[in-house]
Design a protein around this ligand. Structure first.
Ligand SMILES: [Zn+2]
Ligand SMILES: [Zn+2]
Length: 254
C-alpha cells in the first residue's frame, strides 16, 4: 500500500516520527508522500525523506493557507529543493475558498506561479481543492504547458471525475470516504479509473479512528473500504494505486 499524501513534518509528529514511519512499514505501507505547506516545512520534508529514503518521498510547495509567502525568493528555493531526487512533486498547492485561507488574489497568484514552476521543471503537482473547482480549472487551463497532478482528498462526486482526468489530475481518496454521510464519494471511488489513496495525516483519521491523530498506517482502513466498494482485494487495489503513483510521479517514486 501507499500513503499518497501526508504531513509528517507536522508538529504532532515531532516526538515520534521515526516510530510512526516504522509502524507504517510494519503494517505494509511501502511509500509515503510527505508534503510541504510552506518553504520551511518543504525543507524539512526533503530532510525527512533523506533520512528515510526506503519509504518516504517529498513534495515541496506552498499551501493556499500560506499563499502570501509565495514570493520570488520562495519560488527560487522551491525550485532548488525540487532538484533532490527524492522530490516527486510540487505541493501542496491549490485553492481553498472555504473561508479559512488567504484572500483569493494571493491564492490565485501562488497557485499559478507554482503550476508554472511544476510545468517548467517537469514535475506533477499535489493539489488541494476546497469549494473552488472553477478557479482550479481556470488555473490549469491558463497554463502554457499541461501539468499533471494529484487531486488530494477528493471531495466531489463521480460526475466530476472525467473533467479532472481530462486535465491530467488523478483523484486521491482520504479517510473521508469512510464517513457514513459520504455516499457520493464512495460512488466516485467505485467509478474512478486511476486512483490514489492517502491519509492526509495528521488530519482526517478514517473510521473507526475519527478525531484521533491520523498516521500513515491508518491508510489500511481506507484501502479496505475502497477495495470492498470496488469489489476487489486490498492486494489488487494496492497494485492499482502503485501503478497510478508510478505513472504520475515517475521514476523518482520507485
Ligand atoms: Zn489539503
Ligand atoms: Zn495535505
Amino acid at each position: 500500500m501507499i500513503d499518497a499524501h501526508a504531513h509528517l513534518t507536522d508538529a504532532r509528529f515531532r516526538e515520534d516520527v521515526a516510530a510512526v514511519i516504522e509502524r507504517a512499514a510494519a503494517a505494509g505501507v511501502e511509500r509515503v508522500l510527505t508534503c510541504g505547506e510552506d518553504v520551511e516545512s518543504s525543507e524539512r520534508a526533503v530532510g525527512l525523506a533523506r533520512a528515510h529514503p526506503q519509504i518516504l518521498r517529498a513534495a515541496v510547495g506552498i499551501h493556499p493557507h500560506r499563499a502570501a509567502s509565495c514570493d520570488a525568493p520562495a519560488l527560487a528555493r522551491l525550485r532548488e529543493l525540487a532538484q533532490d531526487p527524492l522530490v516527486v512533486a510540487i505541493g501542496e498547492i491549490g485553492v481553498d475558498l472555504s473561508g479559512r485561507s488567504a484572500p483569493l488574489p494571493e491564492q490565485r497568484a501562488a497557485l499559478r506561479a507554482q503550476l508554472a514552476l511544476a510545468a517548467e521543471i517537469g514535475l506533477p503537482a499535489v493539489i488541494h481543492l476546497r469549494d473552488a473547482p472553477e478557479e482550479l480549472r481556470a488555473a490549469l487551463d491558463a497554463g502554457r504547458r499541461r501539468v499533471r497532478g494529484q487531486l488530494h482528498c477528493y471531495s466531489e462526486g463521480p460526475g466530476e471525475l472525467a473533467g479532472w482526468a481530462d486535465r491530467g489530475l488523478v483523484p486521491s481518496f482520504a479517510g473521508t470516504v469512510t464517513f457514513a454521510r459520504n455516499a457520493r464519494l464512495r460512488e466516485a471511488a467505485l467509478r474512478a479509473e486511476a486512483l490514489l489513496v492517502e491519509t492526509d495525516a495528521p488530519y482526517l483519521a478514517p473510521e473507526p479512528h475519527r478525531g484521533e491523530r491520523n498516521e500513515p498506517l491508518r491508510v489500511r482502513d481506507t484501502y479496505e473500504l475502497i477495495a470492498s466498494v470496488r469489489g476487489v482485494t486490498v492486494e489488487r487495489l494496492a497494485e492499482d494505486t502503485r501503478a497510478a503513483a508510478r505513472e504520475l510521479f515517475g521514476a523518482r517514486w520507485e
